[in-house]
Design a protein around this ligand. Structure first.
Ligand code: PEP
Ligand code: MG
Length: 875
């Protein structure tokens, strides 16, 4: 089998086989761009490496050697040559890019002989020895697992001995000493001498890259980003002839985006370093220069860079993230890939590229990651309030959004505290790929070193986490857990606020403000609105939430949970009275008062949603949810003095105990409450009719519909339908007008899905409550499963994602399809929607579109996601 593809042989569309980086290198080679010669080892080899427990396919290394021969031919250099040695980089690259998650080795092929040859051929012994020490360090770390700190210590010692402060100031002699000590450190760690045969080095390096696919940080990354084996199931390995950005002041290396990945502004964005190798830029160990200054320092190369970027964008029809190296004035491309951008930048570039004629509207929509749009709805710093807060420092704004949290300097501690629910800001000099688990747990990231393309910046941007980098006046002292900048100091655990949009870092908590729909998002939502077939409604229970939903483009309310209204401060007392009422007559009196309040609540929401349907759901939770917790109340009672208050508390406690249930989710809730306390549902239904009649009289086009929760049988639904019919007749008579208010049911009990044909008799619409339906289908508690055993299910590969986030298509989805089809069989044209949390999840929205639902309903902040996902489903 062909395991190795030379760059001009690879089918550059086949990312699955060649990985993203490999496919990009092949494609650029086809485009005749200046890519150093090299080859790709396929992801199939990685798969087979794992299937065969670490052995490589027969004949594989022979293919690799043939590849090396071809590089020798193309570069005119020789493998293990004593004259002009060929060195290569060995880099990972899976089908889906996982920046910094796997390993890379540079300058492979160096040994005590070739280093001298390189000294002579380059005419620069210092360069040769600097390359050698970098190689030994990377190889030692990646292949042998030697801790970085060992190498750092040796390098620091050498700098101290030489009396210099930067790596670049170390002379050849010192570097020779460093290499010797590095090799010694490797020998101590492994018990074997450092390999000098380039063939052996190469095989070990390839194996190490394969191993890194299953390394902890790669696994964590795949889990968090939902990179499942069906999209990427191994890494390719790219073996590329080295070009050197560290060959003096006419050499450089850099990373640029063709457009700003933080806000989408056209034009090159990124950094470069003169006389350096790629790792220096990405690792953030030296603070690089913005790419704009390359125009002055190397105008010819800058022009070539600009030209190449334009060409790549035009070709890929997507902003690119590229790595380049300039070797003695000669320009090379080492990588190109679709730029990872935040949501603001994705939106702006979508619109700009349409304007520039680079792409059409469909592509502009499809390229968006719908889930990412939630970032746009991130909180911002309240700039006015920020004025009165003391500023600790200002760094480079690397990933927008504001975050407040406790400053934590230790990576492990930050991960632990974050996972335990504390809001933390990870504060470091620089970050490394192994720190990524702490990124997920932190609310934001702050570093004192590095530029816009440093590791911290790239990773944070991908996650949409606020991040400030390169706050260089900040001095961190890890040993004492403190940090100071311009005379202000903080300790580990002090609260700070970072603003990833301006780079400012404040002491304490700075107020933040809600975001709003910006011009760009509005345009995208307009395009998506035209393209989509599914309706998008909101789950909203207050006029404010309804307004917000309208501003995001909601076409109605798919779920108004009326119980939330009873929890408001001015009602809860009344509601408790109602529950405590000794007789139906007493209860009726209180319900009248509650009815008036509900009526005005409904009227306000209906007004905001004028012209759009508003689905009002009758009371759902069990009554005891409105009473104090019996344990707590009993505790309080023990401290109370006898008297009227104490007597009242005692009766409440008795009632709370009477209503308590062992299994409340399956208990006396939803329609069951409506059956046993019909006066409650009566009150609510009447309030809806009164509100609608009142608005109709004022000429407002109010369109409420009434929905019953937890229905499992025709008889239950029929009982409520009888109440509805009676009140409707009464109301139409009272107001002397026809009141069109549809009556429907939730489908969230398994039996409802199974008997949907019958339910479609009294029900004029259905709405899937996929939260409860998922709970009931799996018998997983929706309250506990995600915090208890589901993470382990996912770790062990028993589930890809939580069924409470994305619809389980095979189980819950099957019930939905059956329910919708049976319902529509009985009542053609039946409106069928979904109002569980899944309504705001892109893959569930796609599923709902596919099964022909009428609409999805999601919380207001997820309306943009649902709208774009619904449009994408049609493309
Ligand atoms: C549901 O169960 O999916 C639903 C929308 O209702 P609730 O979340 O209020 O139980
Ligand atoms: Mg429910």
């Amino acid at each position: 089998m062909k395991n190795v593809y030379y760059f001009d042989e690879g089918d550059y569309k086949n990312r699955r086989l060649l990985g993203g980086k490999g496919a990009g290198l092949c494609e650029m080679t086809h485009l005749k761009l200046p890519v150093p010669p090299g080859f790709v080892i396929t992801t199939e080899v990685c798969k087979s490496y794992y299937a065969k427990k670490g052995s490589l396919p027969g004949g594989f290394m022979a293919q690799v050697k043939k590849g090396i021969k071809r590089i020798e031919r193309d570069t005119g250099k020789g493998w293990n040559s004593r004259d002009d040695p060929l060195l290569v980089s060995v880099r990972s690259g899976a089908a889906i890019s996982m920046p910094g998650m796997m390993d890379t080795i540079l300058n492979l092929g160096l040994n005590d002989t070739t280093v001298d040859a390189l000294s002579r051929s380059s005419g620069d012994p210092r360069f040769a020895w600097d390359s050698y020490r970098r190689f030994v360090q990377l190889f030692g770390k990646v292949v042998f697992g030697v801790d970085d700190s060992k190498f750092d210590k040796i390098l620091d010692g050498a700098k101290k001995d030489a009396g210099v402060s930067s790596d670049a100031a170390l002379a050849e002699d010192s570097l020779r000493g460093v290499v010797k000590k590095y090799k010694e450190a490797c020998r101590k760690h492994t018990g074997r001498s450092f390999p000098s045969d380039p063939d052996e080095q190469l095989e070990l390096a390839i194996r190490a890259v394969f191993k890194s696919w299953m390394g902890e940080r790669a696994i964590v990354y795949r889990e968090k980003y939902g990179i499942t084996p069906d999209v990427a199931d191994g890494t390719a390995v790219n073996v590329v002839s080295m070009v050197y950005g560290n060959m003096g002041d006419d050499s450089a290396t850099g990373v640029v985006f063709t457009r700003n990945p933080g806000d989408g502004t056209p034009g090159l964005y990124g950094d470069y370093l003169i006389n350096a190798q790629g790792e220096d830029v990405v690792a953030g160990t030296r603070t690089p220069e913005p790419v704009a200054s390359l125009r002055k320092t190397m105008p010819k190369s800058y022009a070539e860079l600009e030209r190449t970027c334009r060409r790549l964008e035009k070709h890929f029809r997507e902003p690119q993230d590229i790595e380049f190296t300039i070797e003695k004035g000669r320009f090379y491309l080492l990588q190109t890939r679709a730029a990872k951008m935040n949501a603001v930048a994705m939106i702006k570039t979508s619109i700009d590229m349409v304007k520039e004629g680079l792409i059409g509207r469909e592509r502009a929509l499809v390229r968006l990651d719908a889930g990412q749009l939630e970032q746009l709805l991130h909180r911002r710093i309240d700039t006015e309030a920020a004025g009165s807060h003391e500023r600790l420092t200002t760094g480079i704004a690397a990933s927008p959004g504001a975050a407040t949290g406790l400053a934590v300097f230790d990576v492990k501690k930050a991960a632990e505290m974050g996972e335990a629910g504390t809001s933390v800001i990870l504060v470091r000099e620089e970050t490394k790929p192994e720190d990524v688990p702490a990124f997920f747990a932190a609310a934001g990231i702050l570093t004192s070193r590095g530029g816009k393309t440093s590791h911290a910046a790239v990773v944070a941007r991908g996650m949409g986490k606020p991040c400030v980098v390169g706050a260089s006046d900040m001095k961190i002292d890890y040993s004492s857990g403190s940090c100071s900048a311009a005379g202000t100091a903080i300790k580990d655990g002090d609260e700070i606020t970072i603003d990833g949009s301006s780079g400012h870092v404040f002491l304490g908590r700075v107020p933040t403000i809600e975001p709003s729909v910006t011009g760009g998002l509005r345009t995208i939502l307009e395009w998506a609105g035209k393209a989509k077939k599914l309706g998008v409604r909101a789950n909203a229970d207050t006029p404010e939430a309804a307004k917000l939903a309208r501003s995001f483009g909601a076409q109605g309310i798919g779920l108004c949970r009326t119980e939330r209204m009873f929890n408001a401060a001015d009602r809860i007392g009344l509601f408790v009275e109602m529950i405590m009422a000794g007789s139906a007559a007493e209860r009726k009196g209180i319900l009248d008062k509650l009815g008036r309040l509900q009526r005005s609540d409904f009227a306000k929401i209906l007004r905001v949603m004028e012209g759009y349907p508003v689905t009002i759901r009758l009371l759902d939770p069990p009554l005891h949810e409105f009473l104090p917790n019996p344990e707590e109340l009993a505790g309080r009672l023990r401290e109370m003095k006898p008297g009227p208050e104490e007597r009242r508390a005692r009766t409440v406690l008795d009632r709370a105990r009477e209503l308590a249930e062992t299994n409340p989710m399956m208990g006396h809730r939803g329609v069951r409450v409506g059956i046993t306390y019909p006066e409650i549902y009566e009150m609510q239904i009447r309030a809806v009719f009164e509100a609608a009649a009142g608005l109709a009289a004022k000429g407002v086009d109010a369109r409420p519909q009434i929905m019953v929760p937890q229905v499992g049988s025709l008889s239950e639904l029929g009982a409520v339908r009888d109440i509805y019919d009676r009140i409707r007749a009464e109301m139409e008579k009272k107001h002397s007008r026809k009141l069109k208010i549809n009556f429907g049911t939730m489908i969230e009990v398994v039996r409802a899905a199974l008997t949907a044909a019958e339910l479609a008799g009294p029900a004029e619409f259905f709405s899937f409550g996929t939260n409860d339906l998922t709970q009931a289908t799996f018998s997983f508690s929706r309250e506990d499963a995600e915090g208890k055993f589901l993470p382990e299910y996912m770790e062990k590969g028993l589930l890809d994602t939580s069924p409470f986030q994305s619809i389980d298509e095979d189980g819950v989805g099957r019930l939905m399809k059956m329910g919708a089809a049976d319902g529509r069989g009985r009542r053609p044209g039946l409106e069928v929607g979904i109002c569980g949390e899944h309504g705001g999840d892109p893959s569930s929205v796609r599923f709902c579109h596919g099964m022909g639902l009428s609409y999805v309903s999601a919380s207001p902040h997820r309306i943009p996601i649902a709208t774009v996902a619904a449009a994408q489903a049609t493309i």
